[in-house]
Design a protein around this ligand. Structure first.
Ligand code: F6P
Length: 541
């Protein structure tokens, strides 16, 4: 076991500090310091990050910053921004910040910004033409429906953002997303699509992903059957990919392809032509505002000292929760119906990037890494899973993501609920408070004693609140860039290459070796072989 990280004096200092801080209750920390909110909240762009309800004190932050320095975080960030091949296993740069930059970025000394701008102009032009109704299909009818066929990073970002920014959408264009290979998903979209007015965007960086290609073939057959010929396909498909040759073999000419650079990881790609369906929905100006929002956070991230750098502190506090307080998950709770798919998006961003046990150097990391990211829109979750936060046995750090909005009865109730949840989870309810509450309800005293333990809530659940004025393309861009950099910083501290995903390939490989043949392959384990046989029987085979 390579325990280099744990043997660092800075790590050991945090472990010793944990033994002093962990038993303390957030109630005490707030009581001791009336200025705790001022001390532990910071701004980046339009985002206010309140870390004061985290189980930290000023010394925790100082020690975490020492750890960051010991792990040469500043150098890591510089190497990323310099376009170095920080994705060491695949020999690639990870320069998604160049996709929203106005300044010059290089990969291997070659300038990439002008190419980025040319691609951006090109796919935004197509989006605007579609919105203007000047793009036509094979039969000359106007394209009115856009269907994105993609999965993972070629789906989750634009899908989440299309819903988040629905109020900026052009009602004349329907934008749908199909990710699952389950024919039910594509089937439900095709059932309401008019073939002559539909454009499919085949989004796949690799152009080898089984789900996407299976759906694409089904869509192609559906079109050919209804439009009368395979020749019509070229007018109804465009591709976003790094594999232009495979797209050409599928029947999409170079003029219909938007190239995704090799140095953009799939889960970091919504800023590229992977965002085309989103651009069709919200238009070029709003898409550029999304990029500008992300750029504002990039500028903050690259230029702000670590002690005031919001993504850096968010990352370090996350590591504190995971590795020193023992948290296994991170709940992301957007108090915004429009942001309902944010947790799904962040799942891939965080878990596919840092869900790893071996560092970039090939040695075991030796400590826990990415949390299990989950969540859902408030206030719905309050009536489902918040009970576990209050009285369950697990420490569950929470990110409350709260657009202030413009007020009104319902919006006020929503924002109040978010603030109330973070306060109640932090404070909890003591036995004395529970007893007082029961007495106030005139409950007989023997009942009070019986019920009191059931009302006690330990509190001390750590949370961060991200508050911003309104959900707009700009603030959404800021929010996503914040999380991207948080994940990157955590990867730097743990020593992870956050930009590969070899684990996922094992499942893909297994799927290709199983098959559903009458006689199971001899190498199959008895469970998998038994299941394939049972499936054949259920199908009457
Ligand atoms: O299977 C995981 C994954 O490779 C993700 O990393 C990626 O975002 C997704 O599949 C889709 O890949 P592609 O864009 O190459 O189809």
């Amino acid at each position: 076991m390579n325990d280099a990280l744990q043997r660092l004096p800075q790590w050991q200092a945090l472990a010793a500090h944990r033994d002093r801080v962990a038993p303390r209750h957030l109630r005490e920390l707030f009581a001791e310091d009336p200025r705790r909110f001022d001390r532990f909240s910071l701004s980046a762009g339009d985002l206010l990050a309140d870390f004061s309800k985290q189980r930290i004190d000023a010394h925790t932050v100082a020690l975490l910053l020492d750890l960051a320095a010991a792990r040469s975080l500043g150098d890591c960030i510089q190497r990323m921004a310099a376009g170095s091949r920080i994705n060491v296993t695949e020999g690639r740069a990870a320069l998604h910040i160049a996709l929203r930059a106005e300044t010059r970025y290089c990969v291997d000394g070659a300038e990439v910004t002008s190419g980025v701008h040319a691609n951006l102009d090109r796919f935004l032009r197509l989006a605007e033409q579609i919105r203007a109704g000047t793009t036509t299909g094979a039969s000359g009818r106007t394209i009115r429906q856009v269907v994105n066929l993609g999965i993972g990073g070629s789906d989750l970002g634009p899908r989440m953002a299309t819903r988040a920014l629905a109020r900026f959408a052009d009602p004349r264009i329907a934008v749908d997303y199909v990710a699952n290979v389950d024919p039910a998903e594509l089937g439900s979209v095709l059932a309401r699509a008019e073939p002559a007015e539909t454009l499919f965007i085949l989004s796949s960086k690799s152009f080898t992903t089984v789900e996407t290609l299976t759906n694409a073939r089904t869509a192609r057959a559906w079109l050919a059957a209804r439009l009368g010929s395979e020749r019509a396909i070229a007018a109804h498909f465009v591709a976003v990919t790094n594999n232009l040759a495979a797209a050409a073999r599928f029947g999409i000419p170079a003029t219909g392809c938007f190239e995704l650079p090799e140095w953009v990881g799939g889960r970091y790609s919504m800023w590229s032509a992977i965002g085309l369906p989103l651009a069709c929905s919200i238009g070029a100006a709003n898409f550029r505002a999304l990029l500008a929002g992300a750029r504002a956070i990039d500028d903050h991230f690259l230029a702000t000292p670590a002690e005031r750098n919001v993504p850096v502190l968010m990352a370090l506090i996350g590591i504190w929760n995971i590795d020193f307080l023992g948290a296994a998950s991170l709940a992301v709770l957007p108090y915004s119906h429009a942001l309902g798919e944010l947790p799904d998006y962040l799942q891939q961003l965080d878990m596919e990037s840092n869900g790893k046990r071996v560092g970039a150097d090939g040695h075991p990391i030796g400590v826990d890494t990415a949390p299990i990211v989950w969540g859902g829109a408030g206030t719905v979750g309050q009536h489902a899973f918040h009970q576990l936060f209050y009285q369950g046995t697990r420490l569950t750090p929470i990110d409350f993501v709260v657009p202030a909005g413009r007020g009104g009865e319902a919006q006020d109730a929503l924002v109040t609920a978010a603030f109330a949840q973070s306060a109640a989870l932090m404070l909890g309810r003591t036995a004395e408070e529970a007893r007082a509450e029961l007495c106030a309800r005139k409950i007989p005293s023997e009942e009070v004693e019986r019920l009191t333990p059931h009302l006690v809530c330990p509190g001390n659940q750590p949370s961060t609140t991200l508050l911003f004025p309104e959900l707009t393309p700009s603030t959404l861009g800021q929010l996503i860039a914040l999380y991207e950099h948080k994940v990157f910083v955590q990867g730097c501290i743990w020593g992870i290459n956050s930009f590969d995903q070899y684990g996922v390939e094992l499942g893909k490989h297994m799927a290709s070796s199983i098959g559903l043949a009458e006689t199971p392959a001899p190498q199959l384990d008895s469970s998998t072989a038994g299941l394939t046989q049972a499936l054949r029987r259920m199908r009457g085979g």
